[in-house]
Design a protein around this ligand. Structure first.
Ligand SMILES: [Zn+2]
Length: 369
């Protein structure tokens, strides 16, 4: 189901791509002006649409009935690309073959003119996985590409590509997609899938969980949509998506900041009894503290942090008003240190307990400093 969803809603036009408008606009301009480069480098985290855009671009430049800069998706060329049978589009997954054989083949293929379209397009996915001989072979081709050849290199790790290759490419850096845009997309897909009602908090939670990765968001949505065919509530969805722990995080932070030693320790141990994963919890805590810290410095920085439930956000602001930058920083550092230890501790709560006790030091007690 989940994979089906991702494939089913794979964008087929530039207009359907979300969150990468600068890239799609530039590419579309090049198509309109007929200024196609010989080599492109698409870099950025996985699941943001690098391969999708590469395919749409390949379609658009070979489309037989192009509408401006978009592919028509109807002509033989477009349809065969969608079906994966187009001879003028060669896709190489450098991760699976380590490239060398494919690159040798690629050198052969480059010599042959496109069979139907104007361009012969080579998409090299996970390009950073190519071997040195493969890079050398590719470089030779890039140095003197035939008129009709277009290379699109996609990679999550552009720093692993040789500078000689990078300098020959037009480089596009893909950005993580904003939560609001992902929510909009998920909402649209859910409705197309016949869901009449889905709790907005479910979509927000999925978007948050997927950290700006469209593919992950669609996969999670797929898992949620099988729960019911008409209506999805937050309670239902929590069977599949991990329950947001930020309300718990906020509660604990409040107790710690107000120096309530006993009730802070009590809460941590309640979490353990409830089976809450403290590794995930301490990661969430760090994200929460980072948000507090940035907002304390300047509320405009909030946009660079995770989005919380309105209620939790409210609690965070309250706590923030009661404390100063130094204290948040001190707690932040203590939790960073303990977070690395939680996973390996005999009792996972120990590092957090120690951090809390370290933070709430009672100066009136002898021997504490
Ligand atoms: Zn077409």
């Amino acid at each position: 189901m989940s994979l089906v969803l991702y494939r089913k809603y794979r964008p087929q036009t530039f207009a359907e791509i979300i969150g990468q408008s600068q890239i799609t606009q530039t590419l579309q301009n090049e198509i309109k002006l007929g200024k196609i480069a010989h080599a492109y480098l698409f870099s950025g985290p996985r699941g943001l649409g690098k391969t999708s855009i590469a395919r749409i671009f390949a379609k658009a430049i070979n489309c037989q009935a192009s509408k401006g800069s978009e592919p028509c998706n109807q002509c033989n060329s477009c349809q065969s690309i969608t079906a994966g049978t187009n001879l003028d589009l060669v896709e190489i997954d450098a991760a699976s073959t380590r490239g060398i054989n494919d690159i040798r083949e690629l050198k052969e293929q480059v010599r042959f003119k496109p069979s139907g379209g104007h361009y012969k397009v080579f998409i090299i996915d996970e390009a950073h996985m190519l071997t040195t001989p493969a890079f050398n072979a590719l470089l030779k081709t890039l140095e003197e590409p035939p008129e009709y050849a277009v290379f699109i290199l996609a990679t999550t790790e552009p720093h692993k590509l040789p500078e000689t290759i990078i300098s020959r490419c037009q480089h596009f850096n893909f950005k993580k997609v904003e939560q609001a845009e992902i929510v909009k997309l998920l909402d649209k897909i859910a409705r197309k899938e016949g869901i009449k009602e889905i709790d907005q908090r479910v979509l927000e939670s999925i978007a948050r969980q997927s950290e700006g990765c469209v593919r992950d968001a669609q996969t999670l949505l797929g898992e949620v949509l099988v729960l019911d065919d008409k209506k999805i509530s937050l309670e239902q969805a929590e069977l599949v998506i991990p329950r947001s722990q930020f309300n718990l995080v906020a509660d604990l932070t409040k107790r710690v900041i107000s120096q309530d030693r006993a009730s802070s320790l009590e809460l941590i141990n309640q979490f353990v009894e409830q089976g809450i994963d403290l590794v995930q919890f301490s990661q969430d805590w760090l994200e929460f503290l980072r948000k507090m810290l940035l907002v304390k410095v300047n509320s405009n920085l909030n946009k660079f942090t995770l989005t919380l439930d309105k209620k939790v956000e409210e609690v965070m602001r309250e706590i923030n008003q009661q404390t100063n930058l130094e204290d948040i920083l001190r707690l932040f550092e203590l939790i960073i240190q303990s977070q690395q230890k939680v996973k390996y501790a005999i009792l996972s709560q120990i590092p957090l307990e120690l951090a809390i006790l370290e933070y709430i030091r009672d100066d009136s007690e002898p021997g504490n400093k």
